[in-house]
Each structure stands twice: as C-alpha cells, then as structure tokens.
Design a protein around this ligand. Structure first.
Ligand code: C2E
Ligand code: CA
Ligand code: CA
Ligand code: CA
Length: 274
C-alpha cells in the first residue's frame, strides 16, 4: 500500500516538473516567435471554390519535436500564456490573409479562440487593432469558438461576443454537437457559422447514426440562417454526400491538410490556374 503511494507521488512529481519545463519552453517559443501557423482551406463541396482558411498553431520543440496544440493550448490557458499566444496567431493569420488578397485570392481567415480569451474584456479592442494593423475589413476574420469555452462565464462571454459581432467580425461555433448544451448555446450566442465536429463527419459515409446527426445539424443550421461547415472530410464519398445535402463549406485531409504559408500559396495558385 505504502509503496504504491510513493510511486504515484513520484510520477505526479515527474509530470509536474515536465509541465514546468514545457511552460518555460512555451514562453520562450512565444517570445522568440518560434511558434508557426499552418492554414487549412475551407472550400465549397460542390464547386471547390475556396472560401478561406483556418489558422492552426504549430510548435516544433527543440527536443520533443512537434507538440500537439491539444497539449500546449490547455497549458497556455492555465499559465497566462494564452493572451500572447492568441495575439501572435491573430497577427500572423491576418498578415497572411492580407498577403493572399494582394495575390488576388479573395479569402477570409479563421482563428481559434480558447476558453480564457472569451472572458477577456479587452479582446474586442485587441482584435480591432489587429485588423487595423493588417488593413483588413472585419468580415475577413472569423473567430471559431468552442462551446465549452463559453460555459466558463456565460454572461461575460456573450457580452464579449456581442462586441466582436458589432465590430463586424464573423463568429463560428466550433465542434458543434460535442458540447453539453449545444442547442441552448446556439440560441444564446450571436454567431454566423456552425462547424459540425469531425467526430460525426469522419464516419458519415459508413455509419447511419453519424449521417443522421450531420443531416439534422445541417437542417438546424439552415433553419437558423447559419453558414454550415463540416470538418474532418477525409474521402470523396463524404465530400459528395455533403455537397448533395447542401453543406456550405468543407474542410479536411481530402481537400488539403493544414499547410505552411508558402505551401498554401502554391496550393491556391494551382487551383486558380486554368
Ligand atoms: P479544431 O479547431 O477542431 O481544429 C481541427 C483539427 O482537426 C486540427 O487539429 C486539424 O489539423 C485536424 N484536421 C483537419 N482535417 C482533418 C481530417 O480530415 N481528419 C482528421 N482526423 N483531422 C483533421 P490540430 O491542428 O492538431 O488542432 C487541434 C486543436 O487545437 C484545434 O481543434 C483547436 O481547438 C486547437 N488549436 C489549434 N490552433 C489553435 C490556436 O491558434 N488557438 C487556440 N486557442 N486553439 C488552437
Ligand atoms: Ca477550429
Ligand atoms: Ca473541431
Ligand atoms: Ca477541437
């Protein structure tokens, strides 16, 4: 019994010191501009037209290699690094978007917002300044919000979202279908877009349950006047079904993986070529 306690303590201590080291490394990476941003296209499932791209942050750790955002975003949220990280991603993504437009690709860009950011009452001003710096109209930016993010402090989050909406920024409910009160939130939040979670989209061609959920989400989104996006489109059958069902926009490995900036530009140029 005792020995087991000691072992558990040891592994907890190891994990804690790993966290402390990773937090320091993340702080350094943000300060050094060592985080990068990749972009995944959002396209029309029927015509292939490109609507925009989602910015996804990447961290190449000097010893551990690529660390998943699923790991370091929560760490950033818990250690106060999320604000500088969000600023970095926002500025980088808006500058990239301005660049695409200069090249003749009239696209928007989407940036993910995490739990902490939504209770930050300075966020709307911060976003407004970033748009001005990039010289972009507010409608070029979509902010993707996860429902769990809003739960933390609903009143304050809704106020922040309303302010962002008033500026003219587009708002998207990310991971739709996986939250605990999806429907209540959809009614409460002033959003333009619904993003159906890949958990339902991945199995949609083989699983009748997943197909039923995606179709129901699509008709709900349409009834509410929302722009509906499906993420996690990995094959042509899924793409064809989503086109047939009238999904507005798709994202997934079948269309393109998230790409480094130069690769995205090459991808866009290739699409544009006759
Ligand atoms: P998310 O916003 O739901 O992003 C979609 C994730 O699915 C991305 O993982 C993307 O690479 C992956 N994905 C795209 N297409 C497919 C596909 O066809 N199949 C499958 N299986 N997966 C696909 P990633 O880049 O690892 O990001 C994970 C999560 O980390 C994101 O989930 C988002 O919640 C968070 N995240 C990423 N970048 C940022 C950021 O800049 N800020 C914040 N706050 N969160 C971020
Ligand atoms: Ca997202
Ligand atoms: Ca998602
Ligand atoms: Ca997610």
């Amino acid at each position: 019994q005792r020995r087991r306690d000691v072992e558990v303590y040891d592994s907890t201590a190891d994990r804690a010191s790993h966290r402390v080291r990773m937090t320091g490394d993340l702080r350094d990476a943000i300060a050094a501009g060592a985080l990068t941003v990749h972009y995944q296209p959002k396209t029309d499932p029927a015509t292939g037209r490109v609507h925009g791209a989602e910015a996804l942050v990447r961290w190449e750790h000097p010893e551990h290699g690529r660390v998943s955002p699923e790991e370091f975003i929560p760490l950033a949220e818990q250690t106060g690094l999320i604000r500088p990280l969000t600023t970095l991603v926002l500025d980088t993504a808006l500058a990239a978007c301005a660049g695409w437009r200069r090249q003749g690709h009239h696209l928007g860009v989407a940036v993910n917002l995490s739990t902490r950011s939504l209770t930050d009452t300075e966020l709307p001003a911060q976003v407004g300044e970033a748009l001005r710096r990039a010289g972009l109209p507010p409608a070029a930016l979509t902010l993707e919000i996860t429902e769990t993010a809003v739960m933390a402090d609903l009143a304050r989050s809704v106020a922040v979202l309303q302010e962002l909406r008033a500026i003219g920024v587009r708002l998207s409910v990310d991971d739709f279908g996986t939250g605990q009160s999806s429907l209540a939130y959809l009614k409460l939040l002033p959003v333009h877009e619904m993003k159906i979670d890949k958990a339902f989209v991945l199995g949609l061609a083989d699983d009748q349950g997943d197909a039923a959920i995606v179709r129901a989400a699509l008709s709900l989104g349409r009834a509410m006047g929302l722009w509906v996006v499906a993420e996690g489109v990995e094959d042509g059958t899924t793409l064809a079904l989503l086109a047939e069902w009238g999904c507005d926009s798709v994202q997934g490995y079948h269309v393109s993986r998230p790409l480094p900036p130069a690769a995205l530009e090459a991808w866009l140029d290739a699409r544009h070529a006759p």
